[in-house]
Design a protein around this ligand. Structure first.
Ligand code: DCP
Ligand code: MG
Length: 396
């Protein structure tokens, strides 16, 4: 096996610059919330772990699962076995009929769980916004990640490289503006590949996308679609919302969105956000207070965008506003006040007070919010001035 993660397979867009992932041009649908979502899926996960444990298995068809003579089924098989038509959930006896030289190993769940734990801890190095789907699969929302200069393409590449370096097994990734497309994309260049769908590629991509690539389209729905002559998402869109609701019930709604490449489901994490902040380190130190105050507007706008995104994921009730300043000698000061909503003028006031503490050029400004634990009533006083320097919030 090559030690390089091959990200440049079949599709040349895998290395595309996704800096336009927040494109708001007319090409992108206005109802769609633009995000950068990565779907990571390990390649033939159980089988890959077994091949790593026993390198003699490499290059040979391998299936992990129950025994053929006790009605066992295939849990996972490697890509060599798949060439013979073997697949997951197939009775092992049938797998042997298709591939008599198949090598089988029993399921070693504890081992796969321990590998999965390490893989998920690698995800956490890149973002907190992780929705695990199974031992070998997760969605990551990297919209706000500053890793790799914010390039989701490069983040996915680095995650796959980190997994390979640590576990000697490969992963594939899909990078797209939403979960639906990211999942489709991770399958596109499997194994050991990745595919990017940028916002302005979405329309053309879904138009030709076969309906059976949509997750949730099972055998019955697929059959109905075939009967109706619906082969691609483009065909679904042409049928329209009413037609889709008529034929597919409530699923029609989601199908209509998917047919246009829209999926506003958030990446659902089970962690609770305690704070949110936006920081900017300047190329040139800001020489005086006035220049600091004039930067607040831009940082504040970004904070509002991120807050809106975070609020789509969980209910957030703010308890304080925080400003951080780092002076040119790296000394850092943090100041906060009670408050239940972001307020630009309040941030400016905090900035003035923080600057007074150093009164010299500034290299970084951060604006942030701290949140109440869930189910705590919101504090009543809007901007109750109670400065504190004691405990800076963790993200500032
Ligand atoms: N699995 C299982 N039974 C199934 C499907 C899967 O026990 N019917 C287990 C074994 C797989 C793991 O879950 O290794 C991950 O499932 P995937 O669907 O991601 O399949 P693989 O990782 O094996 O292959 P791929 O490369 O297609 O992702
Ligand atoms: Mg997998």
């Amino acid at each position: 096996m090559s030690t390089d993660i091959d990200i440049n397979k079949k599709n040349d867009s895998a290395l595309a610059d996704d800096s336009n992932a927040h494109d708001t041009s007319d090409e992108t649908n206005k109802n769609d919330i633009q995000r950068k979502v990565i779907h990571i899926d390990m390649d033939c996960f159980y089988a890959a772990v077994e091949m790593r444990e026993n390198p003699n298995l490499k290059g040979k068809p391998v299936a992990v699962g129950g025994q053929a003579n006790s009605r066992g089924v295939v849990a996972a098989c490697n890509y060599e076995a798949r060439k013979f038509g073997v697949h997951s959930a197939m009775p092992m006896s049938q797998a042997f009929q298709k591939c008599p030289q198949l090598i089988t190993t029993p399921v070693n769940m504890d081992l796969y769980k321990s590998v999965s734990k390490i893989i998920h801890s690698i995800f956490q190095e890149f973002t907190d916004d992780i929705e695990p789907l199974s031992l070998d699969e997760a969605y990551l929302d990297v919209s706000d990640s500053s890793h790799c200069n914010g390039s989701a393409t490069l983040i996915a590449q680095e995650i796959r490289q980190r997994i390979f370096a640590s576990q000697n097994i490969t992963a594939s990734a899909g990078i797209a503006p939403n979960k639906f497309l990211a999942k489709v994309a991770s399958d596109w260049n499997k194994p050991n590949g990745q595919k990017v769908i940028t916002p302005n590629e979405v329309k053309a991509f879904v138009k030709e996308l076969p309906v059976n690539a949509i997750s949730g389209v099972g055998k019955v729905t697929a059959k109905r679609m075939t009967e109706l002559g619906l082969k691609t998402c483009g065909d679904l869109e042409k049928l329209g919302l009413e037609g889709l609701l008529q034929h597919f019930g409530s699923f029609g709604d989601r199908l209509y969105n998917y047919s246009q490449g829209i999926d506003n489901r958030p990446v659902e994490t089970d962690w609770i956000r305690k704070s949110l902040s936006v920081e900017d380190t300047f190329n040139k130190d800001l020489p005086n207070l006035e220049s600091c105050l004039s930067e607040i507007d831009t940082i504040y706008q970004e904070l509002l965008i991120r807050l809106e995104r975070a609020r789509q994921k969980q209910r957030l009730s703010a308890k304080s506003l925080v400003v951080k300043l780092r002076f040119n000698d790296f000394e850092t000061t943090t100041i906060q006040m009670a408050g239940t909503a972001p307020d630009k003028e309040a941030y400016k006031r905090l900035c003035i007070d923080a600057w007074q503490r150093g009164q010299r050029p500034v290299r970084l400004i951060g604006l942030g919010l701290q949140f109440n634990p869930p189910d705590m009533p919101e504090q009543l006083s809007l901007l109750d001035e109670c400065y504190s320097e004691e405990k800076p919030p963790p993200n500032l």
